[in-house]
Write a protein that binds this ligand. Structure first.
Ligand code: SAH
Ligand code: SF4
Length: 475
């Protein structure tokens, strides 16, 4: 995508509402004929940005008269929102889309759409065109706001539709949203990325950085806080670039400060911070504002300076460690997490040791570790010296082993202490338990009931393992 931001006007969004009403007329006739509303299933791969986007797709589908369904078998409309960050995510999305072929056979009126990062790449668009003939429509990340128009057109024209535009990336406001949670909300504050880390496909599929207006973000959070929302996670590929493209002197720390002035009892989280841009001002703001959780997700990717340079990350291990030390000094209790890539082209076993060294020095609460996956057209994919799978897997296992030990030790330090957690719902691993997270995003299982969901509770920690802590609600 090129460097052209298009502000979608309120009139253009208004037009989409008109299209939503036209689809609504069709879903109304479906209801009359079938005695029930048609159902829509939205399947999401990838990061929180995709989850946030899917909530808008679901919101628009709901507005168009669909009921939302968890099960694709029940649906009259399926939308697959894809990820392109690693090959694994792409293959999974393609394989699941493949399985929808038999649903279409059983139900020829079923509409199947595919969108998101994977299909914003030319070669994947062609794959869908040529190998998945039962997919009715495809739209790129920059076309999300036109989903009602695309669906309507798909009803009225029998042709398959491919909405794809490499020229522009846009900013819009005011589409309907169906949030998965009644107390936790994703809030995208900016879209796109300008960093071009040499391994990463995001800048190609999400376009250049562009920020939403602060007033729009603040108003949205104020409204959700009034509705009782308890946690806002501000999203951007590099939130510390927020505001750079707006013609006002206002940065991400200013935005955080203004959000914290909003009335209500809530936590503010944010991700992701790029170490080259995370400033002392940001850390000072975190330390000062009670509503901002003391959790910093600061991906270092690799501990070796030669590898970092090849990755085009624009910081070195010393600079990274200084930043972390500053955060620890200002917030002695800060929880740190990171993303790490193992097996970047030319990385040696010795250089990988520097990554382990960084884990031990910083003592992260947890890390998201990834085996390097070559991405088409990114510089790293054509570098000489791709690391063999065997070495990548070995390093990955070693990294998990080292980090699991650190996480377990950190979790054990909580035993006997009382901490505040936000209860999220039933545990996914233990039917009898409920699950919450503390401000550092650590998982805590408790004995509880539905009445606690969406509430802050004080919990005494009884025991801990690598993946979670177990506690008793005190109040
Ligand atoms: N904007 C965020 C991350 C977006 S992608 C940031 O800069 O931190 C999420 C994570 O996926 C990255 O941090 C990186 O660790 C991983 N990742 C990205 N491209 C990858 C690739 N080609 N192979 C393996 N992991 C990758
Ligand atoms: Fe990808 Fe780097 Fe941008 Fe993150 S900062 S999205 S890793 S290019």
């Amino acid at each position: 995508m090129e460097n052209r931001t298009v502000n979608i006007t309120p009139e253009q969004i208004g037009q989409q509402y008109t299209f939503m009403m036209s689809v609504r007329a069709k879903t109304d006739s479906f209801s009359e004929e079938n005695g029930r509303r048609p159902k829509a299933h939205v399947l999401t791969f990838g990061c929180q940005q995709n989850e946030a986007d899917s909530e808008y797709i679901a919101g628009m589908a709901f507005k168009m008269g669909y009921e939302l369904a968890d099960n694709p078998e029940e649906a009259e409309l399926i939308v697959v929102n894809t990820c392109a960050v690693r090959e694994h995510a792409e293959l999974k999305a393609l394989s699941i889309t493949g399985q929808f072929k038999h649903l279409k056979k059983k139900k020829p009126d079923l509409k199947i759409g595919i969108c998101g990062c994977m299909v914003t790449q030319e070669h994947r668009k062609d794959d869908v065109k040529n190998k998945y003939p039962y997919v009715d429509f495809l739209f790129g990340t920059n076309m999300l706001w036109r989903f009602p128009e695309i669906l309507l057109e798909s009803f009225s024209r029998k042709k398959r539709l491919f909405y794809f535009d490499h020229e522009s990336a846009n900013i819009w406001e005011g589409l309907p949203v169906a949030r998965e949670s009644g107390f936790k909300a994703w809030i995208s504050v900016m879209y796109g990325c300008n960093n071009f880390c040499s391994y990463c496909v995001v800048p190609y599929v999400r376009g250049r950085e562009r920020s939403r207006q602060p007033e729009a973000i603040i108003e949205q959070i104020r409204e959700l806080s009034k509705q009782g929302y308890k946690e806002f996670t501000l999203l951007g590929q590099n939130v510390n670039s927020y505001g750079k493209d707006l013609s006002i002197d206002y940065d991400f720390s200013d935005l955080l400060t203004d959000i914290c002035k909003i009335e209500g009892d809530f936590w503010v989280r944010f991700m992701t911070s790029h170490p080259k841009d995370a400033s002392e001002k940001l850390i000072d703001t975190m330390a000062r504002e009670e509503k901002i959780v003391k959790h910093l997700h600061l991906p270092f990717q690799a501990g070796n300076d030669r590898v970092l340079k090849l990755m085009n990350r624009k910081y070195d291990s010393k600079g990274y460690f200084e930043l972390v030390s500053y955060a620890k000094e200002k917030m002695p209790n800060v929880g740190l997490t990171s993303d790490v890539i193992v097996g970047f082209p030319t990385e040696t076993d010795e250089e990988f040791e520097d990554t382990l060294e960084m884990l031990r020095k910083v003592e992260f609460d947890s890390v998201y570790s990834f085996i390097y996956s070559p991405r088409k057209d990114t510089p790293a994919a054509s570098m000489e010296g791709q690391v063999p799978d065997e070495a990548k897997k070995r390093r990955f296992a070693k990294l998990l082993e080292v980090q699991n030990g650190i996480t377990k030790d950190l979790n054990s330090e909580y035993v006997g202490k009382t901490i505040k957690i936000l209860i999220e719902g039933k545990s996914k691993t233990d039917d009898n338990k409920y699950t919450g997270r503390n401000d550092k995003n650590r998982l805590v299982h408790i004995d509880g009931d539905e009445s606690l969901v969406g509430k802050f509770c004080n919990v005494k920690i009884d025991r801990a393992d690598t993946f979670a802590m177990y506690g008793t609600v005190i109040e």
